[in-house]
Design a protein around this ligand. Sequence first.
Ligand code: MG
Length: 302
Amino acid sequence: MKIASFQHGGVDDVGIVRPDGIVPLRALAPDAPTSMREALEWLPGRDLDADAAEPSAVLPLDAVRYLPVVPDPQSIWCAALTYLSHVREGGDRPVPDYPLFFLRVANSQVGHEEPMLLPAVSSQLDYEGELAVVIGTRGRDIPMESALDHVAGFACYNDGSVRDWQRHTSQITMGKNFDATGGFGPWLVTPDEFGDPAGHRITTRLNGEVMQDTTVDRLLFPIEYLIHYVSTVSTLEVGDVIVTGTSGGVGLRRNPPVFMRAGDVVEVEIDGIGTLRNPIAPAPAPASGGFRAYHPTIAEES
Ligand code: MG
């Protein structure tokens, strides 16, 4: 089953994706929720037949505004340096002993077909095509053996990265959290439909040109271990997202570097899910006059 978060008529909703359109859950059950997080709690055990929906209830796929698959997760855990090709393209970097994680905030995300915004303070917005894992059953200290039982589904993620801000300090978080820089979509695909993640191919295209191309089985740390590792630290809640990291081919590491510009179109396609497509557009000009760097005056403490 494919489940989408979307807006229709200005109202947020959630529904089942068919080849010809989206059926809002409420068209199948009047008491159904209207958000993905609630739907992930509500759906298990229910026998909904989206094919039996009234034709008038089916919204054409291009008639909705897509929201991030989970618009409001409690946490978005993003893994980095999880593909050898990406470790190696960064120079003489060792394979890390543990997965490197940073967090994204919810308003850094955008849905399918929504513009990813090029910040006013940078011209270094880069793409990172990745597989996102959405948690469906909360848990802490989740063993690897049962980790996939906690997964509600999979989606495409574009971990859009503002490279110069990512490198202001040794902590990359700032460059990963500009508003509307993380594409998340087009929808969630449940594990029964997605099957074994291992063989699935992830392809990133910029203006139609393939920039990244890998398969999930090349992950240095398997999905089960990423869930085990994060849940050792923090309870994973329903709707939480683990973004599994990117492969080689990012724009920063190309010669010359390739950064996305207004008017570009970036796509992340994962077989079994579909294609997350985002145009690139400039962010609104800052109302306040914009950012000015502040550097501390060094005075020795006595
Ligand atoms: Mg990434």
